[in-house]
Write a protein that binds this ligand. Structure first.
Ligand code: CO
Length: 175
């Protein structure tokens, strides 16, 4: 059973290996991640967030299972170009329940990635979808959105993070 890995699980900071076999297992992983993302009301999910330290992510910027045409599965994504202009917006993360804060990111981005069959393609993203991609891409780099919070948000959210750290220790102790 696939589960969302919560902060501060070390798998969120581990190195993620490239996808090398584009097999049925990979397709099942992608489908399972999309389903779990919809169930948990997310708009994106990276493989390390389900405990798989591989360079794969899924997203649907609409967050709507009735709109599968917006489903995107990216294997081994690379950033080709990004806008110099940055925009700020509120983000959440399925690995950080209860935490929301402003994050500044480039407004537009062009990426190269492989699909679930290993076919390479280029994708230009802007606005919200560019933001969702960059958040998930950070996960593949072991970077978490809390790393990008302003000093005042870091201060404000410290007690909530401490709470997550406490819950994690309890869970480990109980398992
Ligand atoms: Co996240």
């Amino acid at each position: 059973m696939m589960e969302i890995v919560l902060y501060p699980d070390p798998r969120l900071r581990a190195k993620n290996a490239p996808i090398t076999s584009f097999d049925d297992e990979l397709k099942q992983l992608a489908r399972g991640m999309l389903d779990l993302m919809y169930e948990t009301k997310g708009v994106g999910l990276a493989a390390p967030q389900v405990g798989v330290n591989r360079r794969m992510m899924v997203f649907n910027a609409e967050g709507d299972p009735e709109k599968p045409e917006f489903e995107t599965i990216l294997c081994n994504p690379r950033v080709v170009r990004k806008a110099k202009s940055k925009v700020s917006a509120e983000e959440g993360c399925l690995s950080f329940p209860g935490i929301y804060a402003q994050v500044e990111r480039p407004e537009d981005i062009v990426i190269l990635a492989q699909d679930v069959n290993g076919e390479e393609f280029e994708l230009a993203l802007d606005d919200w979808s560019a933001r969702v991609f960059q958040h998930e891409f950070d996960h593949l780099e072991g970077v978490l959105f809390i790393d990008r919070f302003s000093p005042s948000d870091k201060m404000r959210l410290k007690p909530v993070l401490r709470g997550l750290e406490f819950d994690y220790k309890e869970k480990i102790a109980g398992s």
